[in-house]
Structure formats: C-alpha cells, structure tokens
Ligand binder design. Structure first.
Ligand code: URA
Length: 427
C-alpha cells in the first residue's frame, strides 16, 4: 500500500480514522524528512480538531517509540542484586521543579531513576533548561554512562536525544503551531519518550488548572486514563496523580531560581507545597518499585537525598560550588495597600517568566538562566502596604513591559474592609 500526505491529511480533516499502516508511514516519513513540516503541521491541526481514537493513539505512540533507540534496565544490578527502576513525568506546569529533588529522594530510598527530560514548552519550564543553569552540567549521556550512573548514584536526568526522535520533531512543531493541547498528542508524546526510556514503572503527574495544558479535572482524568492504558499495553505498571496547577508551585518560576529552591528543599526546607508534592510522588514511585519500606521524608531531613543530588550533578559534570546565575536586572511589584494576598494565576506568572527570557519563542533559542519571577506572598498570606509581592528578573530590561502586561490581572490584594480587588503597584 502506498500513501501520500495530502490524502491522509484530508482523511483526518474529514474526521476519518487513520489505519495502522498509514500512521507507521507518516511517523517514519516525517522523521526521515520525507513528509514536510507544512504537511505535518496541517495533519497536527486536523488531529487537534478531530482527535484520534484509542487504536490510533496506541499506534501513533508505538510508531514514535520505534523511531529511535529503546533502553532496557531489567538486568540492572547493584552489589549483585537487581535494582528496580521507576520514573515520573509531569505534563507541564509553572514553577514545577519537583523532578530535581524527587529523583534524589527516590534514589536515596533504594530505587533508580533514569529520567529522560525535555526543554520548556510554551509557558511551562523544562527540567533540562533548569539543570543547565548549573555550571558544567551535561545532559547528554551515552547509554553506558547512564547505566554506570544509575548503579553508582541511582539517578540520571538526560536529554531524550535518540529516544523517540519523532516526538522531538513533533514536539517542536506543535509548540509553534498551536497544537499542543490535544489529548492524544500529549498522551503519545509523553508515553513514547517514557516507554522508550525503559523505566520499569511510571508515575504520571497530570497537572490540572489555569497553568496546565488541561484546564478541567475531566480533561485531566481522560488524559491520565489514556496514558495509564498506554503504559499497561506496553507492560509497564503506570499510575497517574492529578495535581493542582492553578497556582504556581513554590515561590520561584525560572531556571536558576527554581534550582535554588530545589536545593532549599534538599537541605530540609523549601515551600510546603513543593515538599508535599515530592513526597506524594515519591511514595507512589517507591510503591511501584517495591521499595516502600523507606521513608522519603527522612531522606530530606537526614541529607541523604542531598547527597544523591550532588553526586548526580557531579557525575554529569556540574559544579554546585559555582554560584547560580543571577539576572542583570530586577524590578519589584509592591502592594498598594494592606490586606490579604488573593489567588495567583499560574498561567499569568508562567507567561511573565517566559516573556522575561526563561522560555523560548523559537525552537533552539537560548534561554536566560537567571530570568524569572520570585513570588514573595502566597495566596492567603497577610500583606502590608508597600510590601514586595513579586520580583521580576531578566538580563534584557526591555522585557519588563511585556512581562508586567502578562502579570497584570493575574493576582490581587484583597482589602481587609471592603474586599475590593486591587492590582499591585508597579515600580
Ligand atoms: N509533555 C510532553 O512530553 N509532551 C507534551 O505534549 C506535553 C507535555
């Protein structure tokens, strides 16, 4: 059977399902450069509008897995004993630095985490962009180095690289064609990378709320069910946890700012919401890995998770003794009067950080390590007139105006007497 892109685009545009052979052909031809970006963009938009059924989504995922290397850790041993592997993936949020301490906590509790990670997508941050703000950190690991690091340290965070290269191309194309927020495209994107990575079990952190790709709990549940089914179909025990993304996680959004906050958590402190989510996900991961006898909270208080994190960073060439980059310029938003901090909209803060240079507008663009937003008051906290609410950081001050525009309307100080919302005061 021979295929051509215009016929398949028209079929999906008109609401018809694509056959298994057609999907295999599309993914293979696109990865090899025989289907053009323009054609794949049109197909992605047709999928975005028409959807894919369960069979199509499963085949699309399998074809993306087959587009590259597949890792296998089933024979991984430490001191002669089999070492279970487990990973987690978040569907993308604002201030989501959870992966950094989490991999170290799980490693400290006796499982190994081979985490293939990506870069920022739209307003959401990327784990690799965060880690690359550490001097010398290298996310490209050969399979042998990865294997050695999993045995020696118990965790590695690496660029997906040769894993599911079809997804890498499609992910970049979706980012610039407004086709990210499609359930089958997100499910297949996440699961192709994670199944190719070879972890023995998976925990999915499915974000729901204003700062997430999934805005409603119903959509998030549907996405979670789709991904859990894809994991099961490939024999990988998979659990999903739905977590809130209406408010940014923790007090920082931006690459180096988030690494600093992750280090605070590993030192036994850090914001309560970040610590709570790390522990929730660690408990799920350790249960799936059969290592649930260990207390993940203890690894944060006794320094063993910090030891794993520093060992992982050092093994990947990073030097934590070099101060993290700080942006050249900052501006602080202050409270116009006393009251209580109202809700902080995750999307507004995520877009502000992105405008400041923490994310990209074009694939391959460099991000600013120091750019981002520090949140000084969390929702519900008391605020006095003139107190700092947010500090914005960038190396390029012309970015402040668009960032303020994104932040405007994304928060309020609630008055104590009349409860009237009040925008904060800009410098
Ligand atoms: N994360 C992914 O890996 N892919 C998506 O499509 C969205 C979030």
């Amino acid at each position: 059977m021979t295929f051509d892109a215009p016929t398949l685009i028209a079929a999906k545009r008109d609401g018809r399902a694509l056959s298994d052979a057609a999907i295999d052909w599309l993914i293979e031809s696109y990865t090899a450069g025989r289907v053009a970006d323009e054609q794949m963009s049109a197909l992605l938009m047709a999928i975005f509008l028409r959807g894919m059924d369960a069979r199509e989504t499963a085949r699309w995922t399998a074809a993306m897995i087959s587009s590259g290397e597949q890792l296998d850790w089933r024979d991984l041993r430490r001191h002669g004993e089999l070492l279970p592997t487990v990973d987690k993936h978040s569907t993308g949020g604002v201030g989501d630095k959870i992966t950094l301490p989490l991999v170290a906590v799980v490693a400290a509790c006796g499982a190994a985490v081979p985490q293939a990670s990506g870069r920022g997508l739209g307003h959401t941050g990327g784990t690799l962009d965060k880690l690359e703000s550490i001097a010398g950190f290298d996310a490209t690991l050969s399979t042998q180095r990865l294997r050695d690091q999993l045995v020696d340290v118990g965790a590695a965070i690496f660029a997906a690289g040769a894993l599911a290269p079809a997804d890498a191309k499609l992910y970049a194309l979706r980012d610039i064609t407004a086709t990210v927020e499609s359930l089958p495209l997100i499910a297949s994107s996440v699961m192709s990378k994670k199944l190719a990575e070879g972890a023995g079990a998976l925990v999915l952190d499915v974000k729901v709320g204003s700062g997430a790709f999934m805005k409603s709990p119903q959509q998030a549940r549907e996405l979670a069910d789709m991904m859990v089914a894809l994991g099961a179909a490939h024999g990988v025990p998979t659990r999903a946890v739905l977590t809130d993304m209406n408010t940014p996680l923790g007090s920082t959004v931006g690459n180096a700012l988030e690494v600093a906050e992750a280090l605070e958590v590993l030192a036994g402190g850090g914001p309560a919401d970040v610590v709570a989510l790390i522990l929730t996900l660690a408990i799920e991961m350790l249960a799936l890995a059969g290592r649930d006898g260990r207390d993940p909270a203890a690894s944060l208080s006794d320094g063993t998770a910090m030891d794993r994190f520093t060992a992982m960073i050092a093994a990947q060439g990073g030097d934590l003794s070099v101060p993290l980059p700080v942006a050249a310029c900052s501006e602080t938003v202050t409270a116009p009067r006393s009251g209580t901090m109202g809700d902080i909209d995750a999307m507004a803060v995520g877009l502000a950080a992105w405008r400041l240079g923490a994310g990209r507008t074009r694939p391959g663009e460099a991000v600013q390590a120091g750019a981002g937003v520090r949140i000084h008051r969390r929702p519900g906290e008391p605020v006095s007139a003139g107190a700092a609410l947010f500090t914005l950081y960038t190396d390029t001050p012309e970015r402040f105006a668009p960032a303020f525009a994104e932040l405007d309307g994304g928060y309020a100080v609630l008055g104590t007497l009349d409860n009237v919302d009040n925008p904060g005061k800009r410098p």
